[in-house]
Design a protein around this ligand. Structure first.
Ligand code: UGA
Length: 434
């Protein structure tokens, strides 16, 4: 099939690359010409494991093409996938300006009957709205049909999540269009759920909000565990063994971040209020998460009495491992809180430093190795659970620190590692202090 993908962010690029990988001819379009130039050279503008390999492979095979020209891309496309961002507006609702622009661009340039697939996360009713918008701006006499097809890939495992998804949601009231989209995905061998567009749109928000709620729930339990002397890791394991609950997304820590959960939970809350059905569970989900992001700072303040002049080594900046994405990363709030309290922060991250500099700026210092960040530090904060931190020579870090104190915000250091460290004060989330 000939497919055009509008938008080369995480979703658009991963989708385009994976559709090419299963044999389709894919043209990815972006209005950012610099990004297109980078992609044409076989380079991924984002850090995403496995993405660049597939990009090079499929570009070389001629199945994957990049362009900034809608005219060129839409000339032959049977299926047009919209995968542009829907960021958060000031009032919490999704900002639809990019998807509106994509719809207008598309309307101007489609020259053949096609199926328009909305993959971006959009509020319920947006597929209907975009359909009207395209129709109103259509230049040529062509027919188009709409399909809502939300995505569930995670940054850091976007390729795996796309190629081996749990489900593919196809929201469409027209059977023929639905069949074509099923055909497009058939080689992936993933179960389909066929539904109407509004339900498909809701599935995406409800899924993200539920996962965010699960995280805030376990974080609330973690704080209670500390108060009553229980261990949240065992509690989560025990809960997760119940198949009705499941073990995923029960890792307690310093809260969720990223470009999806924070904005999607707020957008769903906004929709619920708009319809007079406020989902107060989401109000609590957000409140717990915001408090949780400052947990390590509070713990350090309790421990030291004051943080003025204290040196804090921070390991991890990105919102989660295997990505350089800093959007809504807890490290931002932590850095600001620490520096506001007079602490000096030196941070290390395997890939996110360049992006972190743009967001956090020079109020903190950046180191190119954990040991350099730890040098002379009063305490070590673990903020992102990168695999390399689990394998760290923690003893070597403690030996160069002023105090042998670790605040582990992701519960990622194993007991054996800690046992080899000698004297240590180790404070994690929801577990008894060591
Ligand atoms: C999330 C969803 O998991 C995807 O299904 C969805 O497609 C995507 O949003 C999206 O809407 O585009 P993502 O934000 O990439 O994916 O990352 P997650 O792995 O879900 O992690 C989100 C945040 O939750 C991270 O900050 C992570 O550290 C935190 N988290 C996750 C926890 O604190 N505990 C957990 O047990 C799991």
């Amino acid at each position: 099939m000939r497919i055009a993908v509008l938008g080369t962010g995480y979703v658009g690029l991963s989708t385009g690359v994976c559709l090419a990988e299963i044999g389709h001819h894919v043209i990815c379009i972006d209005v950012d010409e610099r990004k297109i130039a980078t992609l044409k050279q076989g380079k991924s503008p984002i850090y995403e494991p496995g993405l660049e390999e597939l990009l090079i492979k499929n570009s070389s095979a001629g199945r994957l093409v990049f362009t900034a020209s809608h005219k060129y891309a839409l000339n032959e496309a049977d299926i047009i996938i919209i995968a542009v961002g829907t960021p958060q507006s000031d009032d919490g609702q999704a900002d639809l300006r990019y998807i509106e622009q994509a719809a207008k661009d598309l309307a101007e340039h489609i020259v053949r009957d096609s199926i328009v697939v909305i993959k971006s996360t959009v509020p319920v009713g947006t597929n209907d709205y975009i359909k009207q918008l395209i129709f109103a701006h259509l230049k040529n006499k062509v027919k188009f049909r709409m399909v809502s097809n939300p995505e569930f890939l995670r940054q850091g495992s976007a390729i795996q999540d796309t190629l081996k998804a749990d489900r593919i949601i196809i929201g469409c009231e027209e059977i023929e269009a639905s069949n074509i989209i099923q055909e497009m995905y058939r080689p992936l061998n993933v179960p389909f759920l066929l539904t109407d567009a509004r339900s498909a749109e809701m599935i995406k928000y409800a899924s993200n909000a539920f996962l965010a709620m699960k995280i805030s729930f376990i974080n609330g339990i973690a704080n209670l565990c500390e108060a009553v002397g229980a261990d949240v890791v065992d509690v989560a394991t025990g809960m997760g063994l119940d198949k009705r609950i499941g073990s995923a997304f029960l890792n307690a820590g310093i809260g969720y971040g990223g470009s999806c959960f924070p904005k999607d939970v707020k957008a769903l809350l906004h929709t619920s209020k708009e319809h007079g059905m406020p989902l107060s569970l989401l109000v609590e989900t957000i409140a717990i998460n915001e408090e949780q992001q400052e947990l390590l700072v509070k713990k350090a303040l309790n421990r030291f009495g004051t943080l003025t002049g204290k040196k804090i080594a921070m390991l991890g900046l990105s919102f989660k491992p295997e990505t350089d994405d800093m959007r809504e990363a807890p490290s931002i709030r932590i850095s600001r809180a620490l520096t506001a309290l007079g602490a000096e922060v030196t941070a290390y991250d395997p890939v996110a430093v360049t992006n972190a500099r743009q967001v956090i700026g020079d109020v903190i210092t950046y180191a190119d190795a954990p040991i350099k960040a730890a040098n002379g530090a009063d305490a070590l904060f673990i903020v992102t659970e990168w695999e390399e931190f689990r394998k760290l020579d923690v003893k070597a870090l403690l030996d160069v620190m002023k105090h042998r104190i670790i605040f582990d915000g992701r519960n990622c250091l194993a007991e054996e590692v800690l046992q080899e460290c000698g004297t240590i004060e180790y404070c994690s989330v929801g577990r008894p202090a060591v």
